[in-house]
Structures are given as structure tokens and as C-alpha cells.
Design a protein around this ligand. Structure first.
Ligand SMILES: *Cc1c(COP(=O)(O)O)cnc(C)c1O
Length: 356
């Protein structure tokens, strides 16, 4: 018998979540963001469930080539652009759209063979200070790109650092507005802006985390009324049950000491599976309809939960670490991170089941 842990990927929920995004954005088009191998879900396995999208946004040429090889003929956007000028050959060959954020990329495009023209997203730094041209140079850059014979379409792009905050898009949006003149399409909104800043939707949105049923703010409560569904369930089984007395401790570092008699269960899931080691005592774990509490330190391969409130708990019972019954955001929040990181960090050793 293999170790009883698995991740179930709910393919239907991708299709559902995409339709939820569609309802929010009117006539805008959707880039489904699939970087980091579809936030840990596998591009190869999930792209078909999202094939009603208008395009896929990724980071790596390999991811783009995979999508083309699998048969996706629609738009593909390289969110970080190209990393060296040689990549332009592949961008042209596979008909990819590339972000452009630096002057060296403009020069590289200028030097391309003139019989090859590409579509570009020209990125404005609207305050995140990660990628993009500053507002003082942006107009010049746009002008230069439009004038290049090698460029056949230019879209304006920016990225919000605080779209999960009520006023978080105000300042960056003001930075973008002077460049909007109706002649070039705009792409600005990420998941947070899709949900909470409809004035930023424009022509294309970039939907990431909400396609995976998790919250852009890291708090599940913030998306509780959005009808988004989990796409990944991490589950395992109880492999041992013990009673412990008051004053007995659990796990490495004896980080938890019982204040009363407890019935505890050992679950075959640890940080080497991608479960966060920083999850503290009290982090919820779902068992038979009850939210049980994690107790003590998470080990490499195991963790311990309190099953005192679940008298029927027994060896071989299935436990959900996060997923359809337990939002990944809740576990992430307890561990001081965000659902994005937990899903991306699902370990290679965990067998994955793709549920149709
Ligand atoms: C990751 C990413 C997105 C998607 O962000 P979500 O918060 O997951 O929606 C959009 N745009 C860019 C440039 C990104 O890097």
C-alpha cells in the first residue's frame, strides 16, 4: 500500500470558477493565469477545464510550448516578457504575446527580422516598483513600439500591488489613466481587482487565484459570498490513535502540552508533502464533518490532531488538510502565508488524482 496521502484536483471547479469570473467582468476578456504550473495544479492536466478562457498567461517559454503542443490555438501571454533576445524567435514561431518592461527588450524587438511581427503588452510601473516603465517615459515607449514594423499590436498593461484593499487601486489607476486614449486596449486587473475594482476591468483581465478558488486577500471570509469552489483537496488518513494524559506533550520540541486527557490521532501528512511547518496548534483539520485542531509541531511526514470531539474517529479515516470542506486560505492564514503559496508548494511526492 502506498502512503495514504493524495491531492485531488477538481477539474469541474475550474470551469465553474471561470464562469464566475466571466460574470464579474462584462465584455472584458480573460487571461487565465497558469504560472507556476497552474499554481501547483499542472498546466497539462487543467488547461482543458479552462478552455473557455480567452487566453492563458504564463511565465516560461516551456509552459507556452506545452500549451501549443497540447493543441491550444488561442492567445498566450508571457507575463514577465522574454529573458533574452533569442527568445523572440520562439515567441514569433509559437505566436505568443509578450510583456515588455525594459529598454533592452525594445532594442531586441527592433533588431528582429522584419518579416516577423509580434504582439506586445507594454508594462507601466504604477507604483509596485517590480517591473515596468515609469510614467515619465511610458508615452515615448508606447510611441516607439507603435512605430516598429515588427510590432503588430500594442496593449497597455499594469499590475496592482494592493487590489485586495478598498482604495488600493486608486493611485496606480490614476497613474495609468493619462495613457488611456481609446486607441490601445488596456489590461490591468488581477483577481483582487476583478472582484473589488470593476472600474479597472477594461479590455482584458488577468485572473489567477480566484480560478483556483482561493482569496486574493488571503482571507477566505472575503470571498465567502463569491461562489468560488476549491480546485485542490489535500487529504490523507489517520494512521494511529492514542490517549494522552494531562501534562503529556506532543511532537518535536514538545510544543504542545495537554491540559486534560485527550484522544489524539496521527495523520500521514507533513511538511515534506507541502503542509506548512509553521502551522501552529489550533490550525483546523477536517475529519468527518468536524474541524479538529492541529496539536504541536508538524513533522516531515506526520502531524497530530485532537479527535477528542470525534468519538467515532478511527484508524484509516480520511482527513482533509485543505480543500472542498476546509478553505486553503484558513490553513494559510494560520501559518502566516497565503493560499497561493500552499498550492504552489504541493510536494512532488504527493500522488495527484484528477477528478473529472
Ligand atoms: C500572478 C499574476 C497575476 C495573477 O494574480 P492573481 O492575484 O493570482 O489573480 C496577474 N498579473 C501578473 C503580472 C501576475 O504576475
Amino acid at each position: 500500500m502506498p502512503r495514504p496521502i493524495s491531492a485531488v484536483i477538481h477539474l469541474k471547479n475550474f470551469t465553474h470558477n471561470l464562469s464566475v469570473v466571466r460574470k464579474h467582468i462584462g465584455l472584458a476578456k480573460i487571461w487565465s493565469v497558469m504560472k507556476a504550473d497552474a499554481y501547483g495544479h499542472s498546466i497539462e492536466q487543467v488547461w482543458k477545464a479552462l478552455s473557455a478562457t480567452d487566453g492563458f498567461a504564463i511565465l516560461d517559454l516551456n509552459e507556452a510550448i506545452l500549451l501549443r503542443d497540447k493543441g491550444w490555438k488561442g492567445p498566450i501571454l508571457l507575463l514577465e516578457g522574454f529573458f533574452q533576445s533569442e527568445d523572440l524567435e520562439i515567441i514569433h514561431q509559437y505566436q505568443l504575446t509578450t510583456a515588455v518592461h525594459s529598454n533592452w527588450q525594445l532594442d531586441a524587438i527592433d533588431k528582429m527580422r522584419t518579416n516577423s511581427s509580434i504582439s506586445v503588452y507594454v508594462k507601466l510601473n504604477s507604483g509596485m516598483n517590480r517591473l515596468g516603465f515609469n510614467s515619465c517615459e511610458y508615452a515615448q515607449v508606447i510611441k516607439r513600439l507603435i512605430s516598429m514594423p515588427n510590432v503588430d499590436a500594442v496593449t497597455l498593461m499594469t499590475h496592482f500591488a494592493n487590489s485586495d484593499v478598498a482604495t488600493g487601486t486608486d493611485a496606480p489607476h490614476q497613474t495609468l489613466k493619462p495613457f488611456i486614449d481609446g486607441s490601445l486596449p488596456i489590461c490591468a486587473a488581477n483577481s483582487g481587482a476583478i472582484l473589488w475594482h470593476p472600474d479597472t476591468h477594461y479590455d482584458w483581465v488577468r485572473s489567477g487565484i480566484i480560478l483556483y478558488g482561493a482569496s486574493p486577500s488571503g482571507k477566505w471570509q472575503d470571498i465567502a459570498d463569491k461562489n468560488l469552489k476549491a480546485t485542490m483537496t489535500l487529504q490523507s488518513k489517520i494512521i494511529a490513535i492514542h490517549g494522552i494524559n494531562s501534562n503529556e506533550s506532543i511532537g518535536y520540541g514538545s510544543k504542545f502540552t495537554a491540559k486534560k486527557t485527550l484522544r489524539i490521532a496521527t495523520v500521514a501528512c507533513g511538511y515534506a508533502d507541502g503542509y506548512p511547518r509553521h502551522a501552529p496548534t489550533g490550525t483546523p483539520v477536517w475529519l468527518k464533518g468536524t474541524r479538529c485542531s492541529l496539536l504541536g509541531a508538524v513533522s516531515m511526514d506526520m502531524l497530530t490532531i485532537d479527535v477528542s470531539e470525534v468519538p467515532t474517529a478511527e484508524i484509516d479515516d480520511t482527513v482533509e488538510l485543505w480543500g472542498q470542506n476546509l478553505p486553503v486560505d484558513d490553513i494559510a492564514e494560520a501559518a502566516g502565508t497565503i493560499g497561493y503559496e500552499l498550492m504552489c508548494a504541493l510536494a512532488k511526492r504527493v500522488p495527484v488524482i484528477y477528478e473529472k
